[in-house]
Design a protein around this ligand. Structure first.
Ligand code: GLP
Length: 243
């Protein structure tokens, strides 16, 4: 038996190889963005079949720890961003807290008749107009999410493209002096469609996290409905729970 693997433990070999690879990544022997040894090299190193190695590597690819480049090899992925589920924060604040630089690529800034579901969620009348703002949210030059924001026009009559290039929350709170009080968020798993994949720089059908947030100002006035698509290979959501 290869000394790198333990035989008297009820842990499958592929699992032990996964742990070994994760440890090497933690110890920075395998660095982010660098190629890991090939399946052939690993199967020789561990003296196991290539199938076993492939299973370990595939599991780590599925977990977002590694990624494959067709015809080249397998590389170490960046660590996922851990996003707490508590606390009503903005993208700009989240990135700042992590020491990352945030920016946005504005894809659309329109005033439209609210789609039915948005109209209901924002308690608008039939004629209610909303801004429909589509932004790619970028952290340190990498696309993290695509966000479509709907906000009642009458609440924010002076909103401009310039403002939404920056932080909407900052504008609402600091420039308009309105308090954002709470939000409800729904998170669902999905596969990226062609457009999302292109904007997020991932392959079509890759897993993404779809988040819908409806936020309120004081006195429970709804002010935004936001549909966001986050890269599932870059994000994980963390929550503490009490019993
Ligand atoms: C996050 C939320 C959105 C919110 C946005 C505001 O991305 N998912 O619902 O609208 O933050 O961000 P900013 O203030 O940076 O524009």
């Amino acid at each position: 038996m290869n000394p790198l693997l333990k035989k008297n433990v009820p842990l499958p070999l592929y699992y032990q190889i996964e742990e070994y690879l994760k440890q090497k990544i933690e110890e920075k022997e395998f660095e982010v963005g660098k190629m890991i040894p090939s399946e052939r090299e690993l199967s020789e190193r561990f003296e196991v079949s290539r199938m076993t190695v492939r299973q370990a590597v595939t599991n780590l690819v599925n977990a977002g720890v590694l990624y494959r480049e067709k015809g080249k090899g397998t590389y170490v992925a960046e660590k996922k961003i851990e996003q707490p589920l508590k606390g009503l924060t903005s993208f700009t604040e989240d990135m700042k807290r992590r020491g990352m630089t945030s920016s946005s690529l504005l894809l659309a800034f329109d005033v439209i008749e609210a789609p039915r579901d948005v109209r209901k969620k924002l308690d608008l009348s039939e004629e209610g107009k909303v801004y429909c703002i589509q932004r790619i949210r970028i952290a340190d030059d990498k696309p993290m999410a695509i966000e479509t924001t709907f906000m009642p026009q009458e609440l924010l009559p002076h909103l401009t493209e310039d403002i939404v290039h920056g932080s909407i929350y900052q504008y609402v709170e600091h420039d308009l002096g309105m308090a954002i009080s709470q939000a409800r968020q729904i998170i669902e798993a999905r596969a990226a469609d062609e457009e999302e994949a292109e904007y997020l720089n991932i392959s079509p059908h890759s897993p993404v996290l779809h988040i819908e947030r409806k936020s309120f100002l004081a006195q429970s006035v709804p002010f935004e409905v936001v549909k966001s698509t986050y890269r599932a290979d870059r994000y994980k959501f963390i929550t503490d729970i009490d019993r």
